[in-house]
Design a protein around this ligand. Structure first.
Ligand code: SAH
Length: 269
């Protein structure tokens, strides 16, 4: 069992909770600067841990909200930062709409890597209540989110995220600055929701993207034919693979398709 002690509080590190604590002030500073956070923002931090990032945010904004699942760490933060609102619980079940009722949220976090995808999809779902999110995650996942067409990393995650948000890979962080040290490097990304949604049916678009990438090596024609009516689509487009399409191409193609009757309920929406 690995233990980490900080300011007289000792915890047994819970791997399941992705507990790798940042120890480098230059990195926390950089994250906070890049996030563009302002003193009057409605800020939410995911997984403050021992407060490495929290401390840095308080230099700009004295009051904000943090969500921490580990009861011992939640108590630590409550004690160290009495001005903050500490939600002890799972970020994935937190009602973001409620917290954002006064103002859209500026989210920051060195997030638990095991739940990166669910966190990203939750943020995507709640993008209308989001000003921006600046997140540290596993380097490989950061690459997949920011990937460009015709690269091996370009897939469902990249298209879904880039379709609705402006995404930036900000910088890479080596594993050595964490305690305990993880087996992988990290990367910091920012996501800023686009001013208006490029497609109105996000659910339908998301189904379409998953279907287009269903078997990566197959053409769009083969991946899509069972679920969509394709006769309005140029055949040259359908001969391509999903990974060759830009985000704009995906929007364009989505506009030309009709779901087949099995999912006719989609058409009514
Ligand atoms: N931000 C701190 C800690 C990062 S480790 C730092 O940079 O040093 C990830 C943190 O997220 C841990 O404190 C862990 O307990 C917390 N955590 C894990 N799963 C969580 C969840 N579902 N909701 C909220 N916090 C979670």
């Amino acid at each position: 069992m690995i233990k980490v002690e900080y300011k007289h509080t000792e915890i047994a590190v819970k791997k399941k909770l992705g507990q790798n604590f940042l120890t480098d002030r230059n990195i926390t500073r950089k994250i906070v600067t890049e996030s563009g956070v302002k003193s009057d923002d409605n800020i939410l931090e995911i997984g403050p841990g021992f407060g490495a990032l929290t401390q840095e945010i308080t230099t700009i904004a004295p009051r904000f909200t943090v969500v921490e699942k580990d009861p011992k760490l939640a108590a630590f933060i409550r004690n160290e930062y009495p001005d903050l609102t500490v939600i002890e619980g799972d970020f994935l079940t937190v009602d973001l709409k409620k917290i954002a009722s006064a103002k859209p949220l500026r989210i920051l976090g060195n997030i638990p890597y095991a739940i990166t995808s669910p966190i990203l999809f939750k943020l995507l779902e709640n993008r209308h209540d989001l000003l921006s999110a600046t997140l540290m995650m596993q380097h490989e996942v950061a690459l997949r989110i920011t990937a460009k067409p015709r690269s091996k990393d370009y897939g469902i995650l990249a298209v879904q995220m880039q379709a609705f948000c402006d995404i930036k890979y900000l910088f890479r962080v080596g594993r050595k600055v964490f305690r305990p040290q993880p087996g992988v490097d990290s990367g910091v990304i920012s996501m800023t929701p686009k001013v208006s949604d490029p497609v109105s049916d996000q659910e339908g678009f998301s189904r379409f993207v998953r279907c287009a990438f269903h078997q990566r090596r197959k053409t769009l024609q083969n991946n899509l034919k069972k679920s969509y009516e394709l006769n309005l689509v140029e055949s040259s487009v359908l001969k391509q693979r999903a990974e060759e399409l830009s985000i704009e191409d995906f929007f364009h193609l989505f506009g030309q398709l009709k779901p087949l009757s099995a999912s006719s309920s989609d058409m009514e929406n």
